[in-house]
Design a protein around this ligand. Structure first.
Ligand code: NAD
Length: 261
């Protein structure tokens, strides 16, 4: 089976996919033949234009559906509007960096809602669709911070550890139904989420942005290279393949060796 037809006939919903990793995952799933549903909280022409471009370049059907992943009802409506969901990629996420005693409550609530609770809501609606189809894949984009911690990221780390735990439960509840649930744990990937942290960190440590990239951001990534969105997309496609049919309830690190330290 050629890679471009492997996922033909499957519909993939990728939350938070108008930029960064989610968009990279959407491209790789589309290149593997899946119809894709893109999402974010905005509803701009350029959001819909991304879907049009993916459809034109890969030949799959691609749609953009606006839904705010900080709201449970919106998460559920996204899957309902998609109409089918063979592959669910829970990717939407935000970050905020502050010591725990200064951590703004509204930031804590938003991170827990978007990075963790959204996966509960989307999975709850998607699983009956997967069961009906007799096949399904849940791929949660967690993080190296789902397995280990760093200072000043309490909400993010709590949410990502929560997602890893939820992934195991979903795997156990679906183990005999040809549905798998796994979490991908990327190290640093150069996306808008990471780029936004560089100037603040540079100011904080009185360093140049290049020094911050090498000495602070990639400090814990032994490869000293960012992972790419294509690599996270390729790992997602692998988890959707027959070769991965018995891989469930686990994590795959794409972190240049970070969690081996
Ligand atoms: P990004 O900022 O480029 O993308 C985040 C996506 O989530 C965007 O499409 C954004 O529009 C969307 N989003 C944000 N709030 C939303 C909301 N309320 N409703 C719907 N969509 C919303 O960041 P990214 O680096 O691509 O992050 C994607 C995921 O990967 C996140 O869950 C992040 O935690 C995880 N991750 C990223 C890295 C990294 O180094 N970039 C590492 C590990 C894990």
């Amino acid at each position: 089976m050629s890679n471009s037809t492997m996922l033909k006939g499957k519909t993939a919903v990728i939350t938070g996919s108008n930029s960064g990793i989610g968009l990279g995952v959407a491209w790789e799933l589309a290149r593997a033949g899946a119809d894709v549903v893109l999402n974010s909280f905005t509803d701009r022409d350029e959001d819909h234009a991304i879907a049009t471009r993916i459809a034109e370049e890969t030949g799959v059907s691609a749609r953009y559906i606006q839904a705010d992943m900080s709201k449970g009802d919106d998460c559920r409506a996204l899957i309902e509007k998609a109409g089918a969901c063979d592959i669910l990629v829970n990717n939407a996420g935000i970050q905020h960096v502050a010591p725990i005693d200064e951590f703004p409550v509204e930031k804590w609530d938003a991170i827990i809602a978007i990075n963790m609770n959204s996966a509960f809501h989307t999975t709850a609606v998607a699983l009956p669709m997967m069961r009906k189809a007799g096949w399904g894949r849940v791929v949660n984009i967690a993080s190296a911070h789902g397995l280990t911690a760093s200072p000043f990221k309490a909400a993010y780390i709590a949410a990502k550890h929560g997602v890893v735990g939820m992934t195991k439960t979903v795997a156990l509840e679906t183990a005999r139904e040809h549905i798998t649930a796994n979490a991908i744990c990327p190290g640093y990937v150069l996306t808008p989420l990471v780029e936004a942290q560089i100037p603040d960190t540079a100011r904080k440590y009185d360093m140049s942005e290049e020094e911050v990239t090498q000495k602070v951001i990639l400090e814990r990534q032994p490869s000293k290279e960012f992972a790419t969105v294509e690599q996270i997309g390729g790992t997602t496609v692998f988890l959707c393949s027959d070769a991965a049919a018995q891989i469930t309830g686990t994590t795959i690190s794409v972190d240049g060796g970070w969690t081996a330290l």
